[in-house]
Design a protein around this ligand. Structure first.
Ligand code: GLN
Length: 284
């Protein structure tokens, strides 16, 4: 069977299996199986694939039809124009989170500073920021050693040198004997979904680590913890920026206000939903 026909059949199968983007999924998986890019696929659609590559594609397709995320099957996802390695130990980077990167960059003056990314996962936010701000030194922290190894691998592969990854439980890796490390910007995309949210029963999230998605107190527990604890690790004038769910803006602003942040605001994502809330530590 030629590639065009194989693609049409695969698209049909993924559509029936409930994929929201069956054609794109089929193309990405076929490219991965063949080791080519999509332009190649559009040019040579009348070719027959070699037997081994064809079998590899069928295996990927079967896994995708069962719901496995494309990013886990190919082991990569693009974020902020960077090709990041992914694994099932970490959340798959999402376009919504680029809003957080944008907001961090908008608050990154002067051209030198220290940024902390808590719960860094693949390292997506830390790497995107570090690639845009070579004068800044960036620290990414994750509780999972597997995530930290992956983030380090991504930094190396992308040749981004101004970033360092550490294992830690939120702030623990920043407490030193007689001082704490302080940052001009602290950012995080923490878990913020309620355990009983029906969203967890559909799509890619079913295969992602629950520890990266689910939080107590209707999803607000980690956001509240970060809002109250981060302050001690900010330099005066520094900003905390938190990604959250669309209905959580009010609660996050309240949490920031309760511990005395100033200039509190919420930013919307491309879909028009409240997505990132921020506050500034103004006292000394
Ligand atoms: N925005 C993601 C989703 O809705 C969740 C990310 C998170 O919990 N930090 O699937």
């Amino acid at each position: 069977m030629i590639l065009d026909a194989l693609l049409a059949r695969a698209t049909q199968r993924l559509l029936q299996a409930g994929s929201a983007s069956p054609r794109l999924d089929a193309e990405v998986l076929l490219c991965h199986a063949l080791g080519v890019d999509r332009t190649w696929l559009y040019t040579w659609g009348d070719r027959e694939p070699p037997v081994f590559e064809r079998a590899r594609f069928e295996a990927l397709l079967a896994a995708r039809a069962l719901g496995h995320p494309v990013a886990y099957l190919t082991g990569e996802r693009e974020f902020w124009g960077l090709r990041l390695a992914t694994s099932s130990h970490t959340l798959i980077p999402r376009p919504d989170t680029e809003r957080l990167v944008e907001a961090a960059l908008a608050h990154a003056s002067p051209p030198e500073g220290h940024l902390l990314d808590l719960g860094t996962g693949t390292g997506a936010i830390a790497l995107a920021f570090a690639s845009e701000q070579p004068g800044w030194s960036v620290v990414g922290i994750d509780q999972r050693p597997e995530a930290v190894s992956l983030a380090r691998y991504n930094a190396e592969r992308l040749a981004i040198g101004n970033v360092e990854f550490r294992v830690g439980d939120w702030f623990t890796a920043l407490d030193h004997a007689d001082s704490v490390e302080r940052f001009a910007l602290i950012v995080s995309n923490p878990p913020y979904i309620a355990a009983d949210d029906p969203h967890l029963q559909q799509g890619d999230v079913r295969f992602e680590p629950a520890s990266a998605l689910i939080a107590a107190e209707e999803g607000l527990a980690d956001l509240r913890h970060l809002a109250s604890e981060a302050r001690a690790y900010l330099v005066p004038g520094g900003w905390l920026l938190l990604e959250h769910g669309q209905g959580q803006g009010r609660a996050v602003r309240d949490a920031l206000a309760a511990v005395g942040y100033d200039e509190i605001a919420t930013l919307r994502d491309l879909g028009g939903h409240e997505r990132v809330s921020l506050g500034r530590r103004v006292d000394s």
